[in-house]
Design a protein around this ligand. Structure first.
Ligand code: E4P
Length: 222
């Protein structure tokens, strides 16, 4: 399973890239507005694209097809690894098709049902992003969308990748991996939580304490 980092934070991306833990990045207007401050968001995206080799999703803010295509074409010029994020809208599907015919990869975002994922795939999306956590937040079982989309895509050998988004905790990652999502995009705090287990900390404390006892005994014997 591929891991993307769901952030525009250069510090977090830098750490995860150096550790070889991430295969790509997803951003959205909210994440970019948090990171960019006074900077031009295009410069932030350019910097992100230089930090990772894999796909970097950059979202359009237009909502009509022509404007989405223009914005997508412009975003795609920032770097070769840009993937244009398009919202799940009627016009969005036209934009996805037109960008696909130009060889520009797209990630259809704000998907909340498996049939939306199927529609986006038919339009020619490279990725579809079902939002798990936001469905859980309103009392639905977000993971069901991933489960259904996996079966549908496998039934018809659809190559569009299922990107589990709006991930809130490590259990989401485990479940998405067991179902067979192609990618999970993780907020940095969730990625860091994947490394943790209390028994790891306890075990390391014990090893170091025992080692220090040995060193102290050796010193005392001199
Ligand atoms: C996906 O690409 C989105 O950026 C993201 O996963 C949204 O997650 P949220 O529900 O935590 O905002």
């Amino acid at each position: 399973m591929k891991f993307f980092l769901d952030t525009a934070s250069l510090k977090d991306i830098s750490w995860a890239a150096q550790a070889g833990l991430i295969d790509g990045i997803t951003t959205n207007p909210s994440l970019l507005s948090k990171q960019a401050g006074d900077l031009d968001p295009r410069d932030v995206l350019k910097e992100i694209c230089s930090l990772v080799e894999g796909p970097v999703s950059a979202e359009v803010v237009a909502v009509d097809a022509d404007a989405m295509v223009r914005e997508g074409q412009s975003l795609a010029k920032i770097a070769d690894n840009i993937v244009v994020k398009i919202p799940m809208l009627e016009d969005g599907m036209i934009a996805v098709r037109r960008l696909a015919t130009e060889g520009i990869r797209t990630n259809v975002t704000l998907c909340f049902s498996s049939v939306q994922c199927l529609i986006a795939a038919k339009a020619g999306a490279s990725y579809v992003s079902p939002f798990i956590g936001r469905l859980d937040d309103v009392g639905q079982e977000g993971m069901d969308v991933i489960r259904e989309a996996r079966v549908i895509f496998d039934n018809y050998s659809i190559e569009t990748e299922i990107l589990a988004a709006s991930i809130r905790h490590p259990r989401h990652v485990v479940e998405a991996a067991m179902i067979g999502a192609d990618v999970a995009t993780l907020p940095p705090d969730v990625l860091k939580k994947l490394l943790l287990h209390p028994l790891t900390d306890r075990g390391l404390d014990q090893f170091l304490a025992d080692w220090n006892k040995l060193v102290a005994r050796a010193k005392a014997a001199v």
